[in-house]
Design a protein around this ligand. Structure first.
Ligand SMILES: Nc1ncnc2c1ncn2[C@@H]1O[C@H](COP(=O)(O)OP(=O)(O)OP(=O)(O)O)[C@@H](O)[C@H]1O
Ligand SMILES: [Mg+2]
Length: 237
C-alpha cells in the first residue's frame, strides 16, 4: 500500500510579534499535517492566531522558528520567485471580505489568475466558465461585484481561488460577512470540492454550526493546536 504524502506539514511552528518592547507569542509550537483531500476547519477565539497560521501556511509570513513543508519542500528555503510560483499554482486564497476587483465582471475576476499565469485565451475562457459553473454562477458571469449578493461575491472569490486548480485552498473566515444560509452553502461547496476533486481546504471560522462539514476541526488555544473534531460532531444530525 502506498503512503499518502502530506500536502503540508508544520513542525513546532512559532510566531512571535514584537511591538516596541512588547512580545506577543501568537503561535507556540504548532504541529499540523494536511493530507490531500482533507477539509480542516480551524477555530479559536479572536486573537488566537488563526490568521497568523494561515498566512504562514501560504508563505505570506515567515515563522519565527519551526518548519513548514509544502509537499517535499521547506518553504523557508524558497526564494521570492519560488514562493510566488507556489502561491500562483498551488494555493487558492479566500478572504473574509471577498477581495474582488470592483471594475471587473465576475468572469474577468475569475479569469485574472489565468491571465497572470499566461494561459492562452481559449483555455482561459473554458477554465473560467468551468470554475463559475462549479460555484453555480455562470449565469452571473457578466455582473460586476456590486451587482451580486454577498454570498454570490464569495462564490466568485472561490471560483477565482480554484480556477488554477490548486491542490490547496486556504480560507480566512470566508463566511464572516454572510448570513447562515450562504455560510452553509460556502462550506458545502468546500466539502464538495474536497470530495469530488481531491483538493484540500484549510478554513478558519467562527461559526460552530459549520464544523460538522469538515473532516477535522482544530482549535488554537494559547498558541497551540488541539484536536476539536468532536466540536463538529456535536452539531451533526
Ligand atoms: N502584525 C502584527 N503585529 C503585532 N501583533 C500582531 C500582528 N498580527 C497579529 N498580532 C497579534 O497576534 C495575535 C494573533 O492574531 P491573529 O490575527 O492571528 O488572530 P485571529 O485568530 O485571526 O483573530 P480573529 O478571529 O480576530 O481574526 C493577536 O494577539 C494579535 O494581536
Ligand atoms: Mg483572523
Amino acid at each position: 500500500m502506498s503512503r499518502v504524502l502530506p500536502l503540508i506539514t508544520t513542525v513546532d511552528l512559532r510566531r512571535t510579534y514584537t511591538l516596541g518592547s512588547e512580545e506577543i507569542s501568537a503561535l507556540r509550537g504548532i504541529d499540523l499535517t494536511v493530507l490531500p483531500g482533507q477539509f480542516i476547519a480551524v477555530v479559536g477565539r479572536s486573537g488566537s492566531g488563526k490568521t497568523t497560521l494561515l498566512n504562514i501556511l501560504a508563505g505570506l509570513d515567515k515563522p519565527t522558528s519551526g518548519t513548514v513543508m509544502f509537499e517535499d519542500r521547506d518553504i523557508a528555503e524558497m526564494g521570492e520567485h519560488d514562493l510566488t510560483e507556489l502561491r500562483r499554482h498551488k494555493i487558492g486564497f479566500v478572504f473574509q471580505s471577498f477581495g474582488l476587483l470592483p471594475l471587473l465582471s465576475a468572469f474577468e475576476n475569475v479569469e485574472l489568475p489565468l491571465r497572470i499565469a499566461g494561459v492562452g485565451t481559449r483555455d482561459r475562457e473554458e477554465r473560467t466558465r468551468e470554475a463559475l459553473e462549479i460555484v453555480g454562477l455562470w449565469n452571473r458571469a457578466r455582473h460586476r461585484p456590486y451587482e451580486l449578493s454577498g454570498g454570490e461575491q464569495q462564490r466568485v472569490a472561490i471560483a477565482r481561488a480554484i480556477v488554477n486548480e490548486p491542490p490547496l485552498i486556504l480560507a480566512d473566515e470566508p463566511t464572516g460577512e454572510l448570513d447562515s444560509n450562504n455560510a452553509r452553502s460556502i462550506f458545502g461547496l468546500f466539502k464538495e470540492m474536497v470530495q469530488n476533486r481531491g483538493i484540500s481546504v484549510v478554513s478558519a471560522t467562527h461559526d460552530s454550526t459549520l464544523l460538522e462539514m469538515a473532516d477535522e476541526v482544530k482549535e488554537i488555544r494559547d498558541g497551540q493546536l488541539f484536536d476539536a473534531t468532536d466540536l463538529g460532531r456535536r452539531y451533526r444530525d
